[in-house]
Each structure stands twice: as C-alpha cells, then as structure tokens.
Design a protein around this ligand. Structure first.
Ligand code: PLP
Length: 230
C-alpha cells in the first residue's frame, strides 16, 4: 500500500499546486516514518521517496544506520541530552526552538559533515503544551543563529493544534508565512526560504498558504499504534 499511497499524495500535491499557482517542484514531501519499521522505509524508498521524518531518537537510529543514503529529518521535541546524537546522525531538524539547543547542535555537528539544516519551530497559539518559540523571541534566535557556522537556517516550522478546523488552519499557516516573509526582509539569510507546515489532513490548505515542506505520516504509512505525539 505504501507505493500507492505515495502516488496518490504526489498527485494530490501536484493538483493543489496547479490550483494555487504554485510550482510543483517548490513543494517537498517529508515522509514521517516515526514508530514505523525499517521495512516501511524500504518500501517508500523503492517508490522513490528520499526524505524521512522521525520524532524519537532511539526509534530512528537503527533506521538511519540501515538507510544512510536517505535524508533524515528530526521533527520531534529536541531534549538537551539528545543534541549530540541528533547533530551527528540527522541532516535536517524542524523543531529547533531555543538558543540553548541551537548552540548545542552547532557545537556537536561533526566537522566532516555539511552544516545541519534547521527550521525554527514557532509557537503561534501560546499553548503551553506545545513546543516552539514565541514570535517575539524569533529575531533574537535568528540573530544568534547567524553566528552558528555549523547550522544552516532554512525557514520556519509550526504545527496547528489538533482541534483547529481547516479555516483556522488556513489562518494559522498564513500567519507563519507572514512571519517567514518578515524574517526574510529583516535579515540577510541566503538559505531562508522554506516553510515546514501541513500534515496528512491539511496539506492542501498548507500548500495554498505557501508550504514548501509537507510532513506526512498517516496518509503514507497508515495509522500509528502508539499516538505518543510531541
Ligand atoms: C507525527 C507528525 C507528523 C505527521 O502527522 P500525520 O498526521 O501522521 O501526517 C508531522 N509533523 C510532526 C511534527 C509530527 O510529530
């Protein structure tokens, strides 16, 4: 089923791009393989998928070891004591949310690897349970990260509360796009052009609002058994 699911999602993305005047090549699909076995990653790779997202370090490490040729994205909450492993084994992080974590990832990135690509996760609804920096704290984090030679800031990431309907998600995603545009205006950041937003149930809304990385799990791999979300 994974190859069929991937084809269906690619077609859905393509159609949504055409409807909203987006270049299909500007929208990337991140397959969220958290909690899924290595065989699921293999099936997706055989169907041409290269980017995979993981939330849990211990769960991810064996899959990364098995498929080093894939591009691995860390999308879960980043704990301080995990920064060394994350900086060593991942290519991209979507959930950077503090200066402390930025410094630790920068210091731990192995010198024989290219800079760790990073999205800053933004908390747009001030929900204490959710990870992310408040919009007002963004400029100082971006300023600090400009000095991190081993990090390459790609853009912003956010996740709407599960209770939001599509209209509320549209507003939420537009807000993130607006923040990203403002950072791009205010700072000289050559690689800052991405928006990581949109999941299985709201990817068309995210595309309409400018998403460039969709993080899709369920629609590719099926429902997860343990719903231990971050
Ligand atoms: C699990 C997860 C996803 C994927 O969600 P689906 O609804 O299964 O597509 C995307 N982003 C993050 C941060 C996640 O934790």
């Amino acid at each position: 089923m994974i190859p069929e699911n991937l084809s269906a999602i690619r077609a859905q993305i393509h159609q949504a791009c055409l409807r909203t005047d987006r270049a299909p090549a500007s929208v990337h699909l991140l397959a969220v393989s958290k909690t899924k076995p290595a065989s699921a990653v293999a099936d997706a790779m055989n169907a041409g998928q290269r980017d995979f997202g993981e939330n849990y370090l211990q769960d991810a490490l064996p899959k990364i070891a098995q498929y080093p040729e894939a591009t691995w994205h860390f999308i879960g909450q980043i704990q301080s004591n995990k920064t060394k492993d994350i900086a060593t084994h991942f290519d991209v992080v979507h959930s950077l949310a503090s200066e402390k974590i930025a410094r630790r990832l920068n210091d731990a990135r192995p010198s024989d690897r290219p800079p760790l690509k990073a999205f800053i996760q933004v908390n747009l609804v001030n929900e204490s349970a959710k990870n992310g920096v408040a919009p007002k704290a963004l400029p100082s984090l971006v300023t600090m990260m400009k000095d991190c030679q081993n990090l390459q800031l790609l853009g912003l990431m956010a996740m709407p509360p599960a209770t939001f309907d599509l209209a509320e998600r549209h507003t939420f995603f537009s807000e993130l796009a607006g923040l990203g545009a403002q950072i791009k205006d205010d700072f000289d950041l050559p690689h800052f052009q991405e928006l990581s937003m949109g999941m299985s149930d709201d990817l068309e809304t995210a595309i309409a609002c400018g998403a460039t990385w969709l993080r899709v799990g369920t629609a590719i791999f099926g429902a997860r058994q343990s719903q231990q979300e971050t």
